[in-house]
Write a new protein. Structure first.
Length: 320
């Protein structure tokens, strides 16, 4: 094929791919929990489309076929990349450093895992999959502590908040599993913290995490309920923790629509790193959401030794 014609083909493929990507993303977001399942698979779909497209070029297949797979790859790439672009704000004032981690309840290197979190110098630390060993270590580091005591003692699997500022425990809503704390943090700029570990969405009943797994439809419903509960508060609300919501799902879109993703002060990276196969799904499921009129700086992720999650952090506060 003449070079000039190849250039036109490439341009058409790119334009069509972008249009299909935006249209497809709009459609997927409106397919409910079924759309969420498609969204989770998009990195694998994009990788498959790229592989087949390259094979078609090497084997001299018709350009129409190559264009089709190229467009599919662009659709997937847009869906994966857009929710990770910087969600920048101005500088915060009276800023505190908030860190959210999933330490993994059976972490074989819990002391090093706790040290990973402490290396971020958090003013407020949210911990999912908290066990008694981690609680003992963290209680020695912070003057203030609130945990879901019943689940910590019975299951050795809890949610915790540790702080350098005084904490006031508030009544947590029912129906969102027992891995949630509603806490007032009386820092330089007081706020209500929803420290949350939402159940993991699975296809089968119960799933690998037993009672801490739900259907995709329930996962979507939980995110919408969390959004409505936070919106009804009369004070600024920060939502942080292992939300088990990929940034490509409708649940993430719901929580982000009226809030700032405080981790995205720069390019956001995958936070679930539970093995090679899971890495291919590019799941960013650990989040920190702040009010629209707040600002964030120094957001990002970091390794937690022994865990299957990356931790997330951000310096947050009212805008300067």
């Amino acid at each position: 094929m003449p070079l000039s014609r190849v250039k036109w083909v490439c341009m058409v493929v790119f334009v069509v791919g972008v249009v299909l990507g935006l249209t497809g993303w709009w459609l997927i977001a409106r397919l409910g929990s079924f759309g969420d399942m498609i969204a989770l698979a998009l990195p694998m779909i994009g990788l498959g489309a790229l592989t087949v497209g390259v094979w078609c070029i090497v084997t001299h297949r018709p350009w129409t076929i190559v264009a089709g797979f190229a467009s599919l790859f662009i659709v997937a790439a847009i869906a994966v990349v857009v929710p990770r672009l910087p969600d920048t704000t101005g500088p915060p004032t009276d800023a505190i450093t908030l860190v959210a981690t999933n330490l993994l309840y059976d972490n074989p290197a819990i002391e090093r895992g706790v040290a990973s979190a402490m290396a971020q110098h958090p003013d407020v630390l949210v911990v999912s999959e908290l066990n008694q060993d981690a609680d003992r270590l963290l209680s020695a580091e912070f003057p203030y502590r609130l945990v879901t005591e019943r689940s910590l003692q019975r299951e050795n699997y809890a949610e915790g908040v540790y702080s350098t500022f005084p904490l006031e425990e508030l009544d947590a809503p029912t129906g969102l599993d027992d891995q949630m704390l509603r806490v007032r943090v009386t820092g330089p700029a007081p706020f209500i913290l929803y420290a949350v570990h939402l159940p993991r969405p699975t296809f089968g009943a119960g799933g690998p995490n037993g009672s801490h797994s739900v259907s995709f439809a329930q996962n979507r419903f939980d995110a919408r309920r969390l959004d409505s509960l936070a919106a009804a508060e009369g004070e600024p609300v920060v939502i942080a923790g292992d939300l088990n919501l990929s940034d490509r799902t409708s649940g993430y879109t719901t929580l982000h629509s009226d809030r700032i993703d405080a981790v995205r002060t720069r390019w956001a990276t995958t936070s679930y790193v539970g093995g090679f196969i899971w890495t291919l799904f590019a799941l960013r499921i650990d989040h920190i959401f702040i009010p629209k009129d707040w600002c964030a700086a120094s957001g990002g992720s970091f390794e937690i030794v022994g865990s299957d999650h990356e931790g997330v952090r951000s310096s947050i506060g009212p805008c300067a």
